[in-house]
Ligand binder design. Structure first.
Ligand code: ADP
Ligand code: MG
Length: 387
């Protein structure tokens, strides 16, 4: 969708802001550009909507060289969100959001209806916020209006330059989650600039780690964290990259252990034998549909009746696909030696349990997978370059 071919930008004072950049962003992909201040991220972004012209190289949008596209026409296809939002102070929130549809000559009612729909989408009730002015909003709310405005004409591409940089960490996390949910609904092709590695790995399908005017590594968050390509990248992602990695690695069914399983109507008298047979100290308890109902230990089973009478509530559980970080934090929170994992798309069906040992294995499993992906990516690159 967006392709850079050997793009360089030298400013008139001789500063080389971007140096021979080549990369590609697929349709519907969210790529974060991350690097320290002054490394050329904003310059890269502004070349896509021709606010800045490259000195060398070519940029393609949907296969078309943008050098030949009228900048005004080009910008209609590209939503742009910046940190300073740039809302018009004398216009209402609704009119700010409808800016581009107005420019495109949409009928007033249609433009306002579209703006209201988008405000809703970014979590601002148009009935409450539509008639307010920007100064009557919090920083986070202004940022949401900025995103709504950028999406108003439904552009296929979104450029976002540190859009959440000016709000406090709590609001920032909320805006990030909301944006991920939004992106899952709208599937834009997004270039997202940030200097914050946490934000980059959280949001990006892939991340481009910038050195001075160049990309040092362009890969999935888990690969960048798991196998930094250069010492510079390793240094930039930080010594705690192992911890950061937890937050981008999902729990998979293969990571789980299978404890003994009992049903609600099994007799308690059978529990001890069952646990002894599998050399276990506890079993999970499922209902007739296979959904998780809790657990039971041998010490709870010294009575008459059925398992359902003595089942213990499961405090620590997560849906499959949750991250290893969530798993680890759930373990700590409940002081639990294991957590149950369920499949929410199958009505909470029990899949198995994650133990600390398995969590550790999962982390190593994903590193090995990354190494394989990397080898494949290099092969593909060679094919593309005709090497
Ligand atoms: P980032 O967004 O990563 O902080 P920029 O793309 O804004 O970086 O800037 C990259 C480099 O280009 C910096 O050294 C910056 O000082 C320089 N630069 C940016 N804009 C201009 C300009 N208009 N004229 C000269 N140098 C510039
Ligand atoms: Mg910048």
């Amino acid at each position: 969708m967006i392709r850079f071919e050997q793009v360089s930008k030298r400013y008139e004072d001789g500063t080389t802001a971007v140096d021979g950049l080549s990369f590609e962003v697929a349709e519907g992909e969210l790529v974060t550009l991350v690097g320290p201040s002054g490394c050329g991220k904003t310059t890269t972004m502004k070349m896509v909507n021709r606010l800045i012209e490259p000195t060398e190289g070519r940029i393609f949008l949907d296969g078309e060289d943008i050098a030949g596209v009228d900048p005004v026409e080009l910008r209609r296809r590209i939503g742009y969100v910046i940190q300073q939002v740039g809302l018009f102070p004398h216009k209402s929130v609704l009119d700010n959001t409808a800016t581009v549809p107005h420019l495109l000559g949409w009928k007033k009612a249609k433009a306002r209806a579209r703006a209201a729909e988008l405000l809703d989408l970014v979590g601002l009730d148009p009935a409450v916020f539509g008639d307010r002015y920007p100064e009557q909003l919090s920083g986070g709310q202004r940022q949401r209006v900025g995103v709504a405005r950028a999406l108003a004409a439904d552009p296929p591409v979104l450029l976002m330059d540190e859009p959440f940089g000016a709000v406090d960490p709590v609001v920032r996390e909320r805006l990030q989650s909301e944006f991920l949910r939004l992106q899952a609904a709208v599937h834009k092709t997004v270039l997202f600039v940030t200097h914050d590695i946490e934000e980059a790995v959280r949001l990006g399908d892939r991340i481009a780690v910038y050195g001075q005017g160049r990309i040092e590594q362009f890969d999935t968050p888990s690969t960048v964290l798991g196998s930094p390509a250069t010492p510079y990248v390793a240094d930039f992602v930080g010594a705690d990259r192992g911890l950061k990695r937890l937050s981008v690695t999902p729990i998979e069914p293969g990571d789980l252990e299978q404890p003994p399983v009992l049903r609600l109507d099994d007799p308690l008298s059978a529990v001890a034998d069952r646990l002894a047979a599998e050399d276990a100290r506890w079993a999970v308890v499922l209902d007739a549909e296979g959904a998780l109902r809790g657990w039971i230990g041998a010490e709870h089973a010294r009575a008459d009746g059925v398992v359902g009478d003595r089942v213990r509530r499961m405090e620590a559980w997560l849906p499959v696909g949750a991250t290893l970080k969530q798993a680890f934090s759930t373990m700590l929170q409940h002081d639990a030696g294991w957590i149950a994992v369920t499949d929410e798309s199958e009505g909470g069906a029990f899949l198995g349990v994650l133990t600390p040992a398995r969590l550790h294995e999962a982390l190593r499993r994903s590193t090995a997978a990354d190494a394989r992906d990397l080898a494949r990516a290099e092969v593909e690159l060679e094919t593309v370059n005709g090497v």
